[in-house]
Design a protein around this ligand. Structure first.
Ligand code: SAM
Length: 276
């Protein structure tokens, strides 16, 4: 997220009614050379010209209007305002992420977690990323620490970028991608560490995560939680389900990733699980 450039205001103040100029977006997101611009409805008649000016001043090839991310596969819903190519390579923390910004989720707010995963990973350990996306969280673990990764992603279009990113970052000897629903992943008792980078219904996948985990393992458990249920949840539910499946769970750390909805947080809990 950046702050509006005086040059943009200078150009557009000559073309827009004065009361609309103050409504120009002051913040936007840049992923590679694609901009995601939040635009107020009052700017509708000028949206294409506004997008063009932002693109030219900032140096982007494509501009999308910010929409919402929804559904099981977290697909974004954006309107194309300027340019046509929405595929780009975003470089963050020394990791190259190729993606189609219009069709694949990439949340700038999760940057701290992507960096943190590179820090916690250990050389040679086996990480299973159950919701891999384009390799958001697990590419940094292979690139920076030499962790071995099994990356499971069920959406075929997202999966294509996951495969490309593995090669783009030169970690094809460390990362193995699977295009399947993680519930169908056959291996058991293999993972030192499991990434559950998913929200809203992540608890439904806890039994599967436990079957993939070694007798002792670390699980990075993401979920959304209403403010009023914190700090007990979401760990209390994890622990209950783990016990039902013969595991003890110890909470090591909990971090807020971002606000998900009014009064609802996206959090990640680092949990050590042990077979009882
Ligand atoms: N883990 C990344 C992060 O936290 O930045 C982002 C991943 S994105 C929110 C979740 C991904 O999980 C999507 O690409 C979606 O297609 C995939 N997904 C959802 N359900 C799945 C399942 N049952 N098995 C495998 N992948 C799944």
């Amino acid at each position: 997220t950046q702050v509006i450039k005086p040059r943009i205001r200078e150009i557009l103040s000559k073309e827009l009614p004065p009361e609309r100029v103050s409504l120009l977006p002051k913040h936007w997101v840049q992923i590679g050379d694609v901009l995601i611009l939040p635009l107020r409805p009052e700017l509708e008649p000028y949206k294409r010209r506004i997008a063009e000016v932002y693109a030219q001043v900032i140096g982007a090839k494509t501009v999308l209007r910010k929409g919402h991310i929804h559904g099981e596969t977290r697909k974004p819903d954006y309107e194309l305002l300027y340019g046509k190519d929405t595929v780009t390579v975003h470089v963050e923390n020394g990791v190259k992420y190729k993606l189609d910004v219009a069709r694949v989720m990439f949340s700038p707010a999760n940057v701290k977690e992507r960096v943190r995963m590179a820090e916690v990973a250990k050389p040679g350990e086996l990480v299973v990323d159950m919701f891999a996306g384009i390799g958001h969280l697990s590419l940094p673990m292979a690139v920076h620490k030499g962790a071995r990764v099994i990356a499971i992603e069920k959406n075929p279009y997202t999966f294509r970028f996951l495969v490309e990113n593995i090669w783009l970052n030169g970690v094809q000897d460390l990362m193995t991608p699977y295009n399947m629903d993680n519930r169908d992943f056959p291996a058991e008792n293999i993972a030192d560490r499991i990434l559950m980078g998913y929200v809203v219904t992540t608890h439904e996948f806890i039994p599967k995560a436990l079957s993939i985990a070694k007798d002792e393992a670390i699980i990075h458990y993401h979920n959304t939680v209403p403010e009023k249920l914190r700090p007990e949840e979401p760990f209390a539910t994890f622990k209950r389900i783990a016990r039902e499946h013969g595991y003890d769970a110890e909470k090591l750390k909990e971090l807020v990733i971002k606000r998900y909805a009014p009064g609802v947080w996206h959090v990640v809990v680092d949990i050590r699980v042990y077979k009882r």
